[in-house]
Design a protein around this ligand. Structure first.
Ligand code: DQA
Length: 137
């Protein structure tokens, strides 16, 4: 199975960004362990701080991959364009968040991705990504 994790803005700083919220592990450290754990999955990772690049990537994978695991980060709460891209593609999308966005500020309770997602996994730390992978197996 071919899956891709798409990470949005500031997630390149995982490990040093607000570790009390997002943990001490870098995404690459986590990604290496997860690839070893699920050798049967062709797992890719893409990160961008740029809204349009995320939209282009969703379009590029959205008619051929088995699944997209999308943490659009702050764009989750603002981007009609990313929401529309998720609606436009055929590949199912799981929205994930590391932190429990519902336990945080009101503006994080809104998602433009969720109405078009297959499901949403929120608040399990980096394990949110792993649970999303398992949902595709
Ligand atoms: C996040 C939650 C968002 O509200 C925030 O803007 C992020 C990370 C998470 O994974 O917890 O950048 O998507």
């Amino acid at each position: 199975k071919k899956l891709i994790i798409i990470n949005g803005p500031n997630l390149n700083l995982l490990g040093k960004r607000e570790p009390q919220i997002y943990g001490n592990l870098t995404f690459n450290e986590f990604f290496e362990t997860i690839k070893e754990k699920y050798p049967q999955v062709l797992l890719e990772h893409f990160q961008s701080n740029i809204e349009g690049e995320i939209i282009t990537k969703i379009q590029d994978v959205g008619f051929s991959y088995h699944g997209v695991i999308l943490n659009a980060a702050a764009y989750t709460h603002t981007s009609v364009g990313i929401g529309d891209a998720v609606a436009a593609i055929e590949t199912p999308v799981i929205e994930v968040h590391i932190s429990n966005t519902f336990k945080r500020e009101e503006f994080r309770h809104q998602s433009y991705v969720a109405p078009n997602a297959k499901g949403v996994i929120v608040g399990f730390g980096l394990q949110s990504y792993e649970l999303a992978i398992q949902s595709f197996l």
